[in-house]
Design a protein around this ligand. Structure first.
Ligand code: G3H
Ligand code: 13P
Ligand code: ZN
Length: 309
């Protein structure tokens, strides 16, 4: 049991068309729910920390909580920085003991993204840490762009090949139609599988990463709304579309919104149904259980990752 890189996890995932779940963590209950789920499903797991999570929980707490999860569960965990925006935050996390970092240079022109990614790769690889980069832009409905404008920002397959060759990056996040948050599509959900297949054919050994891969599970949206929430019109990527993407090189599937919805739904329900209760452990335990159940479902039914440890 240890903090490990994602190298071995991705090697197995690539070879057998399943994917590793990468779940965003912000507090103890979320970490426990996810790690208990991974242990129950005998599946590898990536816990990822965003800049926002570092700000909320503070870096030392998250690091120690994840170390505690490894100790308590006895399973290996990959600890990953999600959307590192510059070299400095990547360096900090590498120096702290993260086993994987993402440098997100997707907002920069191609050559600048390459230069920044290379700098992080050099620093990380010298210390045994793996690196994810991103090419292409994830556009959400909130960006108010047309379908054509949206796909113009999708990852270019030839650029992806050149990018991976020139940076030496370990995995690549691509844009094929997903976006962050609970409002991903206005009409029918759409992923550009042809583009994904083309990218995978050009760089078959590179694990591909799907950001914005939450499904926005209706049961949890309905429960949030039933118990006092207001989340109208939320829509994510249908689960069968994620499973399909895992056949063409997607090895890492990023999920945050579904965690937020699951936890909030059950906390809302608990508080509403138990008005006399004011022990935070009670409603946080309900949230933690919801996360464990949801993550087990993702690993087993969507990512097909059970028994792959
Ligand atoms: O990619 C975004 C993740 O959902 C993290 O969100 O920046 O609010 O922590 P956050
Ligand atoms: P969701 O908002 O779809 O959960 O995506 C999370 C993500 O991509 C984190 O990097
Ligand atoms: Zn993301």
């Amino acid at each position: 049991m240890a903090l490990v890189t994602s190298t071995e996890m991705f090697r197995k995932a690539l070879a057998s068309n399943h994917a590793v779940g990468a779940f965003n963590v912000n507090n103890m209950e979320i970490i426990q729910g996810i790690v208990d789920a991974a242990k129950a499903e005998k599946a590898p797991v990536i816990l990822q920390v965003s800049a926002g999570a570092r700000k909320y929980a503070r870096p030392a707490y998250l690091l120690k909580l994840v170390e505690a999860a490894v100790l308590d569960s006895g399973i290996d965990v990959c600890l990953h920085l999600d959307h590192g925006e510059d070299f400095e935050i990547c360096k900090k996390c590498i120096d702290d003991g993260f086993t994987s970092v993402m440098i997100d240079g997707s907002k920069y022109p191609f050559e600048e993204n390459i230069a920044l990614t290379k700098k992080v790769v050099e620093y990380a690889h010298a210390r045994g840490v793996v690196v994810e980069a991103e090419l292409g832009k994830l556009a959400g409905v909130e960006d108010n762009v047309s379908v054509d404008e949206r796909s113009a920002k999708f990852t270019d397959p030839m650029e992806a090949k050149e990018f991976v060759e020139r940076t030496g990056v370990d995995s690549l996040a691509i844009a094929i139609g997903t976006s962050h948050g609970a409002y991903k599509f206005k009409g029918d959900p759409y992923l550009d599988y042809e583009r994904l297949k083309e990218i995978h054919a050009l760089i078959p050994d590179t694990p591909l990463v799907l950001h914005g891969a939450s499904t926005v599970i209706q049961e949890f949206v309905d429960k949030c709304n039933e118990y006092g929430g207001e989340i109208p019109g939320a829509q994510g990527v249908p689960e069968e579309m994620i499973t399909e993407a895992c056949k063409y090189g997607i090895c890492k599937v990023n999920i945050d919104t579904d965690l937020r919805l699951a936890m909030t739904a059950e906390v809302r329900k608990y508080i509403k149904e138990n008005p006399k209760e004011f022990d935070p452990r009670k409603y946080l335990a309900a949230g933690r259980d919801a996360i464990q159940g949801m993550v087990q479902h993702k690993i087993r039914d969507v990512l097909k990752g059970s028994d792959t440890l």
